[in-house]
Ligand binder design. Structure first.
Ligand code: ATP
Ligand code: MG
Length: 479
């Protein structure tokens, strides 16, 4: 209905321009024959010029009796009549010398000069005239810009709707239920782009509602966390623009905005560091997200040191879950964050399943409840082609740190729930902090008023041993 086919503008352009105009409007060759009588005449002068010259040549041969008199053109001297040296005696009055060659002389006559002027200026004038006609057409079309824009918009909308309909029909997408409720529930959702690229895509469900609105997603590298999180954003967006979805079924509550903090797009050219950009984007999300928003945070905090990063990640997750209450997908490698689900209502853990088979790790791409235990970072690094000696050394370091951690965990009894993040234990070992902490805790248990001198000596020996034990591990780990 709103579609204006712009027939008049089309007809006008069709009528004025040739089918294949030249690229440069000032070079001519763009206006159709019949548009301007003056232009047609100027063109005729140029194309008919050769006929006129042939007639002139014939006429002058007869007049002078010089059989080999010839008309020619060169870029420097223009048109000329050429007479060989042997015939110079027959040259009539009115021939003006233009150029002397070894065997011939070249002349111009008034008649030829007038012709020359006419032809040369005709070329210039027709180019100018063509440009003028072109400019006029352009102005006429520009005057209709509003209609053009409107039609372009209608066509654009039509194009998008057709594309969505086509992909929905071809790929078996389903119609979602879009509601005013808070929750999002997707059954067997798929990431349309990754699916198209991989061929065999593992579908996953997603459920966010008032009781569970922040999903904390852990899982090894390359297990599919980012894919799952982006898929959620894409599907909610598709549902809300009226599209069918790559899912078996879905109920999608309308969101006011979708916020994403994904990838590591650098703005170094703008003078911003990776971490700076990460934090600026996160700040923007925290400022503007509401309970009606969907928030996708992919590994927030990874751009800085482990402790800082984890602290920031946890603080952000807490605010989003407790105050903003936005529907949130939060992927992280800080496995310790999984503990938040125990204390903060609204947070739930999910992980991407992997199967460990002797030396192989198999990614199943299935999202299941619970928190991940390991990152398999070294394994993925090996898959990626990191040199064997680097992979082996990393494996040794990891094993060393894990042993040390188990030992300190025993010493501090009560810290055993700490699962997985090896870089953290390594750092702590290097700081000597568990040693200090263990000794401190033991010290606090001592009541000096009820300790005999002998007990004190025994205690001192015990404390020294505690300190030494951890110190030895530290040296081993750093070797
Ligand atoms: N559901 C799925 N089905 C099939 N393949 C998948 C699926 N999800 C992810 N993949 C494949 O796994 C690859 C890695 O996924 P993704 O980048 O999401 O992992 P990640 O867990 O975010 O890893 P990292 O921790 O390194 O960021 C994808 O590029 C894709 O090829
Ligand atoms: Mg990722």
């Amino acid at each position: 209905d709103a579609m204006d086919p712009l027939q008049d503008i089309h007809a006008e352009i069709q009528q004025v321009l040739v089918d294949e105009p030249r690229a440069l409007a000032k070079e001519g060759g763009i206006i159709r024959v019949g548009v301007s009588a003056e232009l047609d005449e100027l063109r005729a002068i140029q194309t008919n010029g050769s006929g006129w010259l042939a007639r002139l040549e014939q006429q002058e041969r007869e007049r002078t009796g010089i059989a080999n008199l010839r008309v020619g053109f060169n870029k420097v001297f223009g048109y000329y009549l050429e007479v060989t040296k042997s015939n110079l005696h027959a040259v009539p009055q009115g021939y003006l010398r233009r150029q002397t060659l070894v065997h011939a002389e070249r002349f111009i006559t008034d008649e030829l000069r007038r012709f020359e002027e006419k032809v040369l200026s005709a070329a210039d004038r027709s180019r100018l005239l063509e440009y003028e006609l072109f400019t006029r057409l352009r102005e006429q079309v520009a005057a209709q810009a509003d209609r053009l824009r409107q039609t372009a918009e209608v066509l654009g909308t039509l194009d998008v709707l057709c594309a969505l309909a086509e992909v929905a029909a071809k790929k078996g997408w389903r119609r979602p239920e879009v509601s005013e409720e808070y929750g999002v529930r997707i059954i067997e959702g798929r990431h349309p782009v990754v699916e198209a690229l991989t061929g065999s895509f593992v579908p996953n469900d997603l459920s966010l509602d008032e009781s569970t609105h922040l999903l904390l997603l852990t899982g090894p590298n390359a297990a599919g966390k980012s894919t799952y999180a982006r898929q959620a954003a894409l599907l909610v967006l598709l549902a809300q623009i009226g599209s069918f979805l790559p899912a078996e079924a879905a109920t999608v509550g309308v969101v006011d905005r979708i916020f994403t903090r994904v990838g590591a797009a650098d703005f170094l050219a703008r003078g911003l560091s990776t971490f700076m950009v990460e934090m600026m984007e996160t700040a923007n999300i925290l400022r503007h997200a509401t309970a009606k928003s969907l928030v996708i945070l992919d590994e927030v905090g990874r751009g800085t040191g482990t402790s800082d990063g984890q602290a920031i990640a946890q603080a952000v997750a807490e605010i989003l879950a407790q105050e903003v209450k936005a529907k949130t997908l939060f992927t992280t490698h800080y496995h310790e964050l999984a503990r938040l689900a125990e204390t903060i209502p609204g947070i739930a853990n999910a992980r991407l399943e992997v199967r460990e088979d002797q030396d192989e790790v198999k990614f199943l791409y299935k999202v299941v409840p619970g928190a991940a235990q390991k990152s398999y970072g070294v394994y993925v690094a090996r898959l990626a082609g990191l040199p064997p000696q680097v992979v082996q050394r990393a494996g040794e370091l990891l094993a060393g740190w894990q042993q040390e951690k188990e030992r300190t965990a025993l010493g501090t009894d009560g810290e055993t729930g700490d699962s997985g993040e090896s870089s953290r234990s390594g750092k702590y070992g290097a700081n000597g902090r568990p040693a200090a902490q263990t000794v401190l805790e033991r010290l606090l248990q001592i009541d000096p008023l009820h300790t005999t001198p002998l007990d004190a000596l025994v205690l001192l020996a015990e404390l020294k041993k505690l300190a030494e034990g951890t110190e030895r591990n530290k040296v081993k780990g750093e070797r």
